[in-house]
Design a protein around this ligand. Structure first.
Ligand SMILES: Cc1ncc(COP(=O)(O)O)c(C=O)c1O
Length: 400
């Protein structure tokens, strides 16, 4: 990996089709009756049956819908998994996975996770007897000790984490999960299936907020689960149909449209984020920036792991200023829109402590490093000079 550049797009002769080919074609053959190249949006809730109980493969769109089915095949293919399931949001996908648990189950999770995941486990699932212990997975020996002393049913990690961009060794953690008979679930949202495939390193289940890089255009909310195991897939498909948080056919179509250009977008995100990292590193040398959190920061322990398991550093960077004026900095930007979410073609800026992670109690948040001064950037694919000029406005506003 060359600092996010030079990521291979092509497959070798005789190998299975490369990522971009699969992203454009898998699950999306031309439609049978009309030859439509773009999969039709099957806006139907129900289907005419041949005779009572005999269908042409579809009976009701919560259970199955051809547009969603195309998306699910595509999602499985790009993540290198046997099965894919699409949901109405990333949180719906994580909720479906958590319904594999039962009262008395215990989950070991990374302490740095999306605020909504924190909220789901600590403010909803706890009421149903599911316990969660959130720890830093950097120290694998400490995790091993914890797992030896306690029975956990599931490990749930993000890598890189949101918002501190910690990188965890998925292969090591999956070996631990296997040894202690826990399911390993990896939220791969920050990387996208183009940059990282946790199943290759032993993860049992991958989840995504497809709202982010997979959709890629900040126009649709969605979630996904990808996995290999047939029996867990059948349970999750049952949960999907029973709880009903499925995407509409139009949302499925929009997400499919995003997938076709995922590789191109990710390369541009990686290139731009690396340039912004260098720019921020210069600002750090000049004393304006205090800390930078980025998996592409060379020489860090996180960088070493990232190079092993991903083919790029992604488009997310967090940093703090040597000034308490993070809010003023964010407000001074124009191209970086002040907003939650990430992974779209347009750049976004946010203050996690006041926005995406405000649900975590202040004391707990600050103990983890999510201070009011932390700024998170989702670097888009605009022209890099324009993005840097925009950040310059923030530094001018705060430091004069
Ligand atoms: C890492 C991560 N996982 C899950 C989610 C939840 O996804 P959604 O907003 O699509 O429900 C988010 C949302 O920001 C996220 O950042």
């Amino acid at each position: 990996m060359d600092e996010g550049k030079g990521i291979a797009l092509s497959s070798k002769k005789g190998e299975e089709p490369g990522f971009t080919t699969r992203a454009i074609h898998d699950g999306q053959q031309a439609e049978e009756h009309t030859g439509a190249v773009s999969i039709p949006i099957f806006l139907t809730s129900t289907y005419k049956q041949v005779s009572p109980g005999t269908t042409k493969g579809y009976d009701y769109s919560r259970t199955d819908n051809p547009t969603r089915e195309a998306l699910e095949k595509s999602l499985a293919s790009i993540e290198g998994a046997k099965h894919g399931l699409a949901f109405s949001s990333g949180m719906a996908a994580i909720t479906a996975v958590s319904l594999l648990l039962r009262s008395g189950s215990k989950v070991l999770s990374s302490d740095d996770v999306y605020g909504g995941t924190y909220r789901l486990f600590n403010m909803i699932l706890n009421n149903f007897g599911v316990a969660i212990n959130m720890v830093d997975f950097s120290d694998v020996e400490a995790i091993e000790k914890e797992m030896s002393g306690n029975k956990y049913d599931m490990i749930l990690i993000e890598s890189p984490t949101n918002p501190l961009l910690k990188v965890y060794d998925i292969a090591e953690i999956s070996a631990l999960a296997r040894k202690h008979h826990a399911l390993l679930v990896v939220d791969n949202t920050f990387m996208s299936p183009y940059l990282q495939n946790p199943i290759k390193f032993g993860a049992d289940i991958v989840v995504h907020s497809t709202t982010k890089y997979i959709g890629g255009h900040s126009d649709v909310i969605g979630g996904a689960i990808m996995l290999n195991d047939d029996s867990i897939y059948n349970r999750l498909k049952f949960i999907q149909n029973s709880t009903g948080a499925v995407p509409s056919p139009f949302d499925a179509w929009l997400t499919l449209r995003g997938i076709k250009t995922l590789s191109l977008r990710m390369r541009a995100h990686c290139d731009n984020a690396m340039e912004i990292f260098r720019y921020l590193a210069e600002k750090k040398e000049k004393g304006f920036v205090d800390r930078i959190y980025f998996p592409g920061n060379p020489g860090t322990k996180y960088n070493k792991i990232q190079v092993k398991q991903a083919k790029g550093y992604g488009g997310m960077i967090s940093f703090s200023l040597n000034s308490p004026k993070a809010k003023e900095f964010a407000e001074a930007l124009d191209l970086f829109t002040l907003g939650e979410s990430l992974g779209g073609v347009e750049s976004l800026v946010e203050i996690p402590a006041l926005m995406t992670h405000q649900i975590i109690p202040r004391k707990e948040r600050e103990a983890r490093g999510i201070t009011d001064g932390l700024i998170r950037l989702s670097v888009g694919i605009e022209e890099i000079n324009d993005l840097i000029n925009d950040l310059e406005k923030g530094f001018k506003k705060v430091f004069g």
